[in-house]
Design a protein around this ligand. Structure first.
Ligand code: FMN
Length: 171
């Protein structure tokens, strides 16, 4: 029996979309649950043999709840087959889309004692019309600085779905 938990930490939902895609591409799994970390009951961890955690970046950080969850459950995570991936937009750049080169993965690994067995980095999405005024213009400024798209009418998805599929197949 291989029961897999896919836990996500998201602000705008793109990390959940990636998790659903992983769930649809996992092999040799009998049961898959895709659950938001904010609503997950930690007692349920014992019901799973493997776990994948995915978390997005906002203003340079993963959510605090992610670190709290990992710190509290590290032994249980280590006892299962496990993986972690981060979602951010600097990862759209070739030179920043590997665990060793993505600044947020490097920071994550410094901030936690957990050493996931598998790591990956996926580029996210910028959906300007969905953001409030401040977020929209802050992210537009960052995009301008980093030579990304600045048209605030646009919805830009940078995710390499083949890379996500490979991650699921390797896991
Ligand atoms: C207000 C805001 C701040 C962001 N800050 C960063 C950032 O500091 N670095 C980065 O690489 N991506 C940043 N992003 C991009 C997000 O990581 C990207 O949109 C991701 O797909 C969000 O995933 P989610 O929908 O699961 O929350 C930011 C996006 C927004 C809207």
């Amino acid at each position: 029996m291989n029961r897999c938990l896919i836990l996500y930490s998201t602000t705008d939902g793109h990390t959940k979309k990636i998790c659903d895609y992983i769930a649809n591409n996992l092999d040799e799994v009998n049961k898959i649950s895709v659950v938001n970390i904010t609503s997950f009951n930690q007692k349920d961890l014992d019901n799973y043999d493997s776990i994948i955690i995915g978390a997005s970046i906002r203003y340079g950080r993963h959510q605090n709840l992610l670190y709290k969850f990992i710190n509290k459950n590290r032994e249980k995570l280590d006892a299962k087959k496990n993986a972690f991936f981060t979602v951010n937009v600097v990862a759209r750049k070739m030179e920043k889309n590997l665990p060793q080169t993505n600044p947020y993965m490097i920071k994550f690994l410094k901030l936690t004692k957990w050493k996931p067995q598998h790591l990956d980095v996926f580029a996210g999405r910028i959906n300007y019309p969905k953001y409030g005024f401040i977020d929209k213009y802050v992210i537009r400024f960052i995009m301008w600085l980093t030579k990304g798209p600045t048209d605030t009418r646009g919805d830009f998805e940078f995710t390499d779905w083949d890379k996500v599929k490979s991650f699921a197949k390797i896991f």
